[in-house]
Every structure is written in C-alpha cells, then in structure tokens.
Design a protein around this ligand. Structure first.
Ligand code: NAP
Length: 289
C-alpha cells in the first residue's frame, strides 16, 4: 500500500497559527512584539525572495520585521557594525544574516558574532554546542521542522533506528543530534559511507539531506519506514528531492513529498524561534522593580 503523505504545508500553517497566538498573548501582557532583523547584502534574486518571504511571514504573525538591505560592495566592517548594533537593540529578538554574502564580507565569521539568545537560525557554534550538550537553546530551523513533522504524526523515536544521510552543519548534524535527544539510535551517513543502501535499509526513520536528486532509491527503504526528504534539487523536470519518491512511497508507511514536505517548515520554525528568543531575552533581563 502506498505510504501516507506528510503534509508539510498544513503542519507549517498550524505552527504559524500557534506562533500568531503566542505573539498575541505575549503583547497582550503589554510587552513589545518580538522582532526579527534580517540582513541581506547585495541583490541576489533568490536571496531577496527568501528574505522577502521571511519578512512577510513575520508580518502575518505579528512579529516586527527589521529589513536591512546593504549594497553589494559594502565593507565587511560595516556589516559587522550593524550586527553589533542589532545585538544591542532590545527591539530585536532575533537576527538572521542571509548567506551567501559577497566575497569581501565573511558571512561565516559574522554569523558567529550573533548573540546566542538572538541566534534564531541556530547555527552559531554556541547554539551547536548547546544542542550537542543537550542544553536549552535555539535550534536550527530546518532540523526542528523535520522533528515537528515526526512529532505531529506521533512517530515513535524512542529506541527506533534512525538513519540520516548527510552530515552538514545546516541539516544532517543537527537532525542527528535532535533524534539522539529523542532517544533514537542514530546513524549518520555521508559521501564516504560504505554500502549506503544497506545502512538505509536498517532505518525505521530515514532522513535524506544530501542535495543529490533521488540518491536514496526506493528499494533502500525498509517496509513500513518513515521517510523524510529534506532535499530540494532544481532539475529539468522541476523540483526533485533526494529520495526516489515513487519507489520509496510503495514501501514506506509515511513519507514527505517534495515540494510540500520539509520545505514549508523552515520559515514556520524561524517564526517560532523568534518568539522563543523574545522569551529568552525577557528571562535574561532583570525583573522590573
Ligand atoms: P550539503 O551541505 O551539501 O551537505 C550534503 C551532505 O550530503 C554532505 O554531508 C555530503 O557528505 C553528503 N553526500 C553528498 N553526496 C553523497 C553521496 N553520494 N552519498 C552519501 N552522502 C552524500 O547540503 P545541505 O545544506 O545539508 O542540504 C542538503 C539538501 O537539503 C539540499 O538539497 C538542500 O537544498 C536541502 N535543504 C532544504 C532545506 C529546506 O527544506 N528548507 C533547508 C536546507 C537544505 P560529505 O560530508 O562527506 O561531503
């Protein structure tokens, strides 16, 4: 029987609704709305679309957007000065530097300057360390989105064999850490993994985050497994995931489509992180006298 589809659009919408209600409750107590500052350097059309989407999503849930657009030839130091300003600005709960940046601006180094409690992308070394240590902190958006999809479908993770294909800082590593925190038995695969097919066949929960169209073949999927495809590959036939969908759907119990699976979750979790960041800032500041 074909697997049930995990509807990322519907789940992302539900998360956005929860964030909107959370923001309304937050401001009803007289507090200022959470704020998200985005920084876009240059005029790359794809990045401009991403940033525009994030700002629009903020407005829809009542988060205040601070949309900083800098010229393509801006100096590194100017971006650094802006970041430091935003770190100190109490109206700004979360900061996001859109990557990639032009060559003279060291995006990776700048990201590391973001204060941990404003790191709504969850990608700074401090946030990664907190996740690795199992301590509270802001988690990366796409991996949190994957976990949310599994949670909303009541996927049993405790003791489950979870296989993650991909070990990037952005997706593979944090997904592995989150699955481990949920008491799954986690195997992380990468380009040097021997016999990837056999490792995948062990998985009760199989996560593909590779960036190679349909790398994970249908017959690598254990019958009854849950398959989450993070891949977004633009091909001649349109958007394709990292999993051979038709074959995998025949064997899986639950599967995400591409598009419409993990994709919509990232912005939804960014909004949730921004609300969480506002709460963290309030917890960190001294109580009013
Ligand atoms: P990445 O940084 O390029 O990492 C890819 C990982 O896949 C690496 O760990 C690499 O191994 C591994 N890999 C590559 N070829 C492989 C092979 N033949 N066999 C086994 N492993 C292989 O990519 P990423 O940033 O994690 O993104 C992965 C995919 O997710 C992309 O399609 C991206 O577009 C998509 N994505 C989607 C969202 C979203 O839905 N919102 C967000 C982020 C990313 P090595 O480490 O050994 O090189």
């Amino acid at each position: 029987m074909a697997a049930e589809l995990i509807d990322g659009m519907a789940i992302a919408q539900a998360v956005r609704g929860e964030v909107a209600r959370g923001v309304a409750e937050w401001t009803a107590g007289g507090r200022p709305a959470p704020g998200l500052a985005t920084i876009l350097v240059g005029d790359d059309p794809a990045s401009a679309i991403y940033v525009g989407g994030k700002q629009k999503a903020c407005a829809e849930v009542g988060i205040t957007g601070f949309d900083h657009r800098l010229a393509v030839d801006v100096e590194h130091d100017e971006v650094e000065a802006l970041l430091r300003e935003l770190d100190d600005d109490p109206r700004v709960s979360g900061i996001l530097l859109q990557l990639p940046t032009p060559p003279q601006v060291e995006g990776g180094a700048l990201t590391e300057l973001i204060a941990p409690h404003k790191d709504v992308d969850g990608l700074t070394p401090v946030s990664a360390g907190l996740l690795a240590k199992g301590r509270p902190g802001l988690r990366p958006c796409t991996p949190s989105g994957v976990m949310e999809l599994l949670r909303r479908h009541d996927v049993e993770l405790e003791g489950a064999e979870a296989v993650v294909v991909g070990r990037s800082d952005l997706v593979g590593k944090p997904v592995g850490a989150l699955l481990l925190a949920a008491n799954a038995t986690v195997t992380t695969c990468h380009s040097r993994t021997r016999d990837l097919a056999e490792v995948c066949r062990r998985a009760d929960v199989l996560i593909a985050a590779v960036g190679v169209p349909e790398l994970v073949r249908g017959d690598w999927v254990k019958p009854g497994a849950v398959v989450v495809d993070v891949g977004i590959n633009r091909t001649e036939v349109g958007l394709v995931g990292d999993v051979e969908f038709a074959g995998a759907r025949e064997r899986a119990r639950l599967i995400t489509p591409v598009p419409g699976g993990v994709g919509p979750m990232t912005i939804a979790l960014l909004l949730r992180n921004t609300l969480e960041a506002a709460r963290l800032a309030a917890d960190a500041s001294p109580a009013p006298r």
